[in-house]
Design a protein around this ligand. Structure first.
Ligand code: 9WN
Length: 440
């Protein structure tokens, strides 16, 4: 077991080791490229040790931004070939002028945590003062423009109904790939006989296949990519011909609070979008609150092809604690649920962390990726958001639990929540970044 100061030193060492120039690999072998929400979180961790490097991390991601404003979920390192599907399979620049041809990118996006990261990096830089703070101040106006274009894209293309709920086209866009949230949505995806053959690379790195999505799930993931290619990556065509189309209540909550963060940055920079961004924050907050299940208080996704809510007990259900806006009684109720035996208070958990699916739910699978394991990055992110909302006590106990889980020093991608066994990749960049922000 590592004590916090040594753990933080090792975390910084791991992130440096995963660096590939201006980008950080999400994980050394499993994910040898830059992922969107990973990069935002990694930049927060980096800010504690090197503010200019944190800014460069985001600049590297912004270099992959599409003409539409979309920040793609992967920016590929041209010198790396160890991930599938790689840039040739996505073929974005070949199929649409909206995608940059260099760097090459994927054609979908991930939760919009970036404005939150930029705001947090600013706090860290100001606390450092001197050259770090100055660097951040000089960098911020350019970053703000990128973020504004990204938020405009999401409002325009991902909330075409204007109801304050983001639409996603692929489970990968949620960042919670095989969560039971998407089971009924994927159930209607029929893999075409013309799905080009492929060889997975992930199961060569993570030898225990039960920790990764299964072959039928992967076929669907790859099939949807083919559908996007058929649509030339055009958002309207993708929506029209979609086999997978759902709201993402967690990403919507993130977007509510990210709009708030961006509004603060607008005010700081004297930009005119402050009120517009606050209105967007309020719209998405209302969207999330309107998606609550009356009985449990958990927010639910809606399968947009059937109009049916997806009734599961996953970490995403706590979206209202991220977006804010609950009245005092409802907020207390949801915090109590979070601390209850269905969640962090489950008697079999060695650390009171948040499993990705409730251990009391029939959907819970203790080793299967987003179907149950505890993800350090999610514990940390939830604690950060709870703190922001003023739920200081719950945030503090979650931070302590997250750190206790991480103190094995493996920086695992996720943990078996009932035993604390590290799973998935080790030396995962965002697990190390979360550690730095938890300790420092
Ligand atoms: C697909 C990089 C990413 C995370 C996601 C996580 C996983 C990729 C994969 O790894 O997804 O995007 O190949 O499994 O689910 O949240 O951003 O760490």
């Amino acid at each position: 077991m590592w004590r916090p100061p040594e753990l933080a030193a090792r975390a910084a060492y791991v992130i440096r080791g995963n660096s590939a120039g201006a980008m950080t690999r999400a994980a050394p072998d499993l994910y040898p490229h830059q992922w969107s929400w990973d990069a935002a979180f990694v930049a927060v961790g980096l800010a504690h040790v090197d503010v200019p490097r944190a800014c460069a991390e985001l600049d590297s991601l912004f270099a992959g931004q599409w003409r539409t404003g979309m920040i793609p979920h992967i920016v590929f390192d041209p010198s790396e070939e160890g991930y599938f599907p790689g840039p040739d399979r996505w073929a974005c620049a070949e199929l649409t002028d909206d995608a940059p041809s260099s760097p090459r990118t994927s054609g979908i996006c991930q939760p919009p945590v970036h404005a939150l990261a930029v705001e947090r990096i600013g706090e860290i830089a100001e606390a450092h003062g001197g050259a770090a703070a100055e660097h951040y101040r000089d960098w911020l106006p350019g970053a703000y423009d990128r973020l504004l274009a990204w938020h405009h894209y999401l409002i325009r293309e991902r909330d075409p109904r204007g109801d304050g709920l983001l639409t996603i086209y692929h489970g990968w866009e949620s960042g919670m790939d095989n969560s039971p949230r998407w089971d009924p949505v994927y159930a209607r995806v029929v893999v075409g006989a013309d799905l080009p053959s492929y060889t997975r690379r992930d199961t060569a790195v993570v030898a225990d296949a039960s920790q990764r999505p299964d072959p039928a799930e992967y076929d669907r993931y790859l099939w949807l990519v083919e559908r996007f290619k058929q649509a030339g990556y055009d958002a309207a065509r993708i929506r029209r011909n979609a086999e997978f189309l759902t709201t993402d209540v967690f990403a919507s909550a993130v977007f509510a609070v990210a709009n708030e963060a961006l509004a603060h940055l607008a005010r700081r920079l004297g930009r005119p979008e402050h009120d517009e961004l606050l209105a967007a924050a309020e719209l998405f907050r209302r969207g999330v609150l309107g998606a609550r299940d009356v009985r449990s208080g958990l927010a639910l996704d809606t399968d947009l092809l059937t109009g049916a809510p997806v009734r599961v007990e996953t970490i995403a259900g706590f979206a209202p604690l991220v977006s804010g806006g609950l009245d005092t009684g409802a907020e207390r109720g949801l915090l109590e649920l979070l601390r209850s035996p269905r969640w962090t208070g489950h008697p079999d958990l060695p650390h009171p962390v948040v499993p990705t699916t409730s251990p009391a739910s029939p959907d819970f699978r203790r080793r299967a990726y987003w179907r149950g394991p505890s993800w350090p990055v999610m514990n940390w992110f939830l604690a950060w958001m709870l703190n922001r909302r003023g739920a200081k006590d719950t945030a503090a106990s979650l931070r302590t639990a997250a750190l206790a889980e991480l103190s094995d020093g493996s920086f695992a991608e996720y943990y078996e929540p009932l035993t604390g066994e590290p799973l998935g990749s080790v030396d995962q960049s965002w697990s190390a970044a979360a550690t730095l922000d938890l300790v420092l």
